[in-house]
Every structure is written in C-alpha cells, then in structure tokens.
Ligand binder design. Structure first.
Ligand code: 5GP
Length: 120
C-alpha cells in the first residue's frame, strides 16, 4: 500500500516556495532543480507538481496528462542541459529497498561525466 502523502516533506516545501531551490525548469506539470548534494557535474531532480509519494503512487493514480507532462519535462530538462549527445542517466528510488529519502516522487538526472556501470 502507498503511504499517505506527507505535506511537510522537503520537496512539497520547495513546490510551495517555502524553501529555496536552484530551479532550472518549471511548467504546469513539473519542477526541476539542482540537487543540493550533487553526485555528478550535472545532477538535477525533476518532480511532478502533484502530490505523489513515489513512482508507484504516480503511475497508478496520476491522470494521463500529468504522466505525459512529467515524462516530457524530464526529457526536456536533459536536452536543455546538453546531455543528449554525451549521454546521461535517469534514476528513481522507490521505497525502503530503493533508499528513497524524500517521499515526493523525483527523478534524478545525472550527467557531465562518464557514469560507469550501474551500481547495485
Ligand atoms: P532519494 O534518495 O530520495 O532518491 O534522493 C533525495 C535527493 O534529494 C538527494 O540526492 C538529496 O541530496 C536531495 N535533497 C535533499 N534535500 C534537498 C533540498 O533541500 N534541496 C535540494 N535541492 N535537494 C535536496
């Protein structure tokens, strides 16, 4: 079962403008900003504007327009960051075994260096 959405999570606060973020892109469906603790030269987080705990919650409960808008936003941000030609990595952590730390769906975009093989 999906956890109830916690309105006090840090990304909800960023969406409400209560705490600052280095925004790189925003539209009706998504907000993208630099990760506060970057793991690569480019490390951007993209979040849906709707209140979804995880990929599981989003993929089961979000309207099709929100899903399409979010996925297009992730691609747009990576493209605008110049990552398409060199290549990049998308990652979403889900739940406990996935080591998800913030309970609002986010997709990590990593790039700017060769990333090596996927780690377990
Ligand atoms: P997770 O493990 O949940 O997939 O990743 C959470 C990510 O959010 C981490 O990479 C962490 O550095 C980032 N993060 C946590 N708090 C903040 C914050 O207040 N601002 C920004 N920009 N990133 C944050």
């Amino acid at each position: 079962a999906t956890l109830p959405y916690d309105e006090t999570n840090i990304f909800a606060r960023i969406l409400r403008g209560e705490i600052p973020a280095k925004t790189v892109y925003e539209d009706d469906f998504a907000l993208a900003f630099h990760d506060i603790n970057p793991q690569a030269p480019t490390h951007i987080l993209v979040i849906p504007k709707g209140a979804y705990v995880s990929w599981d919650d989003f993929s089961t409960h979000a309207p099709d327009a929100e899903i399409a808008g979010f996925i297009r936003a992730v691609g747009h941000v990576a493209r605008e960051a110049g990552l398409v030609e060199p290549g990049y990595r998308l990652l979403a952590n889900i739940g406990g075994h996935g080591h998800q730390e913030v309970p609002h769906l986010h997709v990590h975009i990593f790039g700017g260096r060769p990333l090596g093989p996927m780690l377990a």
